[in-house]
Each structure stands twice: as structure tokens, then as C-alpha cells.
Design a protein around this ligand. Sequence first.
Ligand code: GZL
Length: 319
Amino acid sequence: MTFTRRTFIASAIALGLASSSAFAAKPLVIGFSQVGAESEWRTANTTSIKDAAKKEGVTLKFADAQQRQENQVKAIRSFIAQRVDVIAFSPVVESGWDTVLREAKRANIPVILTDRDVNVSDKSLYVTLIGSDFVEEGRRAGRWLADYAAKSPKKVLNIVELQGTVGSAPAIDRKAGFEEVIKGNPKLKVIRTQTADFTRAKGKEVMEAFLKAQGKDINVLFAHNDDMAIGAIQAIEEAGLKPGKDIIIVSIDGVKGAFEAMIAGKLNVSVECSPLLGPQLMQAARDVVAGKPVPKRIVTEERVFPAEVAAKELPNRKY
Ligand code: GZL
């Protein structure tokens, strides 16, 4: 049985050998495996986590996986070998985590999920998931578009969809939420859908292909994140069309680039998905190590920002 900091502190206090403060002085050590640096959202998320660790005096061992699951598995194994106090990560995809999380459990190191969920047989393999409700984000995008369609003189609005990373929780759930709302609406029809992996470059590339295949039929773009929408905006302009007017664009994240595009009249709405998870992660890690109860799910509060409010809101944005 491996003693971790948590069990050692508890035993020492129970035996009256030391007050918790004597042991609490040693900085908490968190091993964090980040998806990558694929989007404005992701870099803001990394900044939030690093800033919060610094502010809290937490030793953060940070690993960038460059959007590859094998790199995250390697990083988690390295954190186990280094006997960190807590392992935290944003899983690039939902599946394939059971084995490595069982290794963390056997090493008695608690695991916290940030941002994205995992699909594991045994939910005790992680303590909590801190992040957004992606299905609701998809619904909010769908509701905004349904309201827009109800006022549009067009009989049918043909939609093309840029999906996020294949197999990732945000891509699966945003698609599900969006479809749940538009299902059965005679005015809304998805004519093409394809992944562009949450990046600007792929968003431009896939939108170019959509425009080449069916440009004249496309009325709406639904992008699972702002970065793909911003890439698609470049493709729409290069095709001689007006983004935000010839093609209505609905997106998710609420990053600064989206507010700037809305102010320029090139994006119609962005559904907020807050990356500012650092403070909540530090608090949850401290609570776990102190043996305090932590809820299985910590959902971040979010809003919807249509273009009409973008100029007023931009000065308030923190990412
Ligand atoms: C959502 C996050 C997604 C963002 C993208 O919480 O996982 O990944 O929407 C990012 O911008 O790449």
C-alpha cells in the first residue's frame, strides 16, 4: 500500500504527531495534462490554470499533449511515477482512459477532470469533472438559430456544420444539443457536417470544400468553436461572399476573436464556454487532499452573446 501525502497527513494528525499546518506548508503538487494549444479557448484555459497555481502557491507540473491521447497517457504515468498529490487533465477524447486511471487509483493519487468528460466503466476513477454543459451549449446555439429562422423570409435555411475533435466530449455533446433543438423544424436542414478539429486552419480548409461543393445553397454555418468559425470566415470572404450576411454564422466559446468578428459584422452569435477553470481546479485539489467532500460535477455558469451586444461586452471579457 503506497502512502501518499493525503494518507500520511491524516495518520500523523490522528496520532497527534503534527498539526495539519505543519504538513500543509509543503506546496501542493498537481500534475496537469493539457489537450494542446489548438484554439484561443485552449490557450486561455492554460493561462487560467497556470495563473491560479501561481497565485495559490501550488507546484504545477504541466504537460501539453498536442491533441494526442498517447501523450496524455504518458504524462499521467509520469505524474504517477513522480508521486504528485493530484493528477488533473482535460481528456482530448472521451474513451481509452480506464487502464491509466486504474493505475492512478492503485497509486492512491486522486484524479480531477477539467473541461472535458471521460467515458469510463468505473466513475470512481475520478473525483470530479469541472467544466461546461456542452449539450446545453449546443441547445443554446440551436435556440438562437430557430429564433432567427422564425423571422427569416426564406422557406428553408441550409446549414453546414464544422464539428470539433472527433470523439471529444464537446464535439459529441454540442452536436447532440443542437440537433435536439432543430429536430423537426421544417425551416432548418443540415446539408453537410464534418470535423475541423477545433482549429482555424482546418475550419478554413473544410469550409472551402463546403463552398466548392454547395456554396450557393449554404445559408448558415454552425461551428462547434469560434476558431473554426474564424477560419471559415476567411474562406467565405475569399469565395466573394459576406460572412454574417450571405452566410449566418453561429459559434461557441465566446473568445475575444469572436467578439471582434461580431463587431465587424462577420459573426452573428457566440455561445459562451468559459475556459477560466483555474481557480475552481485549485480549490477542488486542495479539498480532495484535505479529505473534504467534492461534488462529482462542478458546472461553469455561461451566457449567450449575440452580435448586438458584442461592442458593449468586449471590454468586460477576460479571455
Ligand atoms: C470546450 C473545449 C473546446 C473548446 C475549443 O470546453 O474543450 O476545446 O470549445 C477547444 O475551442 O479547442
